[in-house]
Unconditional design. Structure first.
Length: 191
């Protein structure tokens, strides 16, 4: 159950395996929507000064590099990205697990590709470790609609909140007239 509101002061954003190759494997929903919402999450992190952890798996293989736009939006996080050698559950990788803990945040906003593999297993472990987790369904995707839906249901049953980028923006903003709210509403309306 969602216990407390996520704020820029208590949340971190984790973007898992938004790689050129992994995105090419997704067919569950509109790929452009997934890309644009991933970039919105990166812009949210930058605008609201929310810690962000990027990770990739086997960049030198078919998965390919992280989306280059992430480097443009978040150059420091991109340079510090956790390159996993092929560990499916990112939380099983010491570097990623330690980077998540180092944010000092217990409210985690997670998105990734693929939902049913790269997001599902770390989110289940995050919940087991006591984190509050929101999964951005529209910045994540899977090979099939079926696989995507089953993974979202599994994570929700385990205690994750399944949400969208626009809901995340509104929750973090609280008030559109504040300086952060004004930056976030601009991201909300960005196309």
């Amino acid at each position: 159950m969602h216990k407390k509101a996520f704020t820029p002061e208590n949340a971190a954003i984790l973007l898992i395996d938004h790689q050129v190759g992994t995105l090419a494997w997704t067919h569950s929903h509109d790929l452009n929507l997934v890309r644009e919402n991933t970039f919105k999450l990166a812009r949210i992190a930058k605008a609201a000064k929310i810690p962000v952890v990027l990770t990739s798996s086997m960049e030198d293989r078919a998965q390919g590099p992280l989306l280059p736009e992430l480097q443009e939006i978040l150059p420091e996080a991109f340079a510090a990205r956790i390159k996993r050698p092929g560990i499916v559950n990112a939380m099983h990788h010491d570097g990623f697990n330690e980077a998540v803990a180092a944010t000092g945040r217990t409210n985690l906003i997670v998105a990734g590709v693929t939902t049913d593999i790269c997001v599902n297993f770390p989110v289940l472990q995050m919940l087991d470790e006591g984190y509050e987790v929101q999964v951005s369904a529209d910045a994540s995707a899977s090979n099939t609609k079926f696989g995507n839906e089953i993974a979202l249901r599994r994570m929700e049953r385990a205690g994750a909140v399944i949400t969208t980028v626009d809901q995340i923006i509104a929750e973090l903003a609280v008030d559109w007239t504040t300086p952060v709210g004004q930056q976030l509403v601009a991201i909300l309306n960005y196309h």
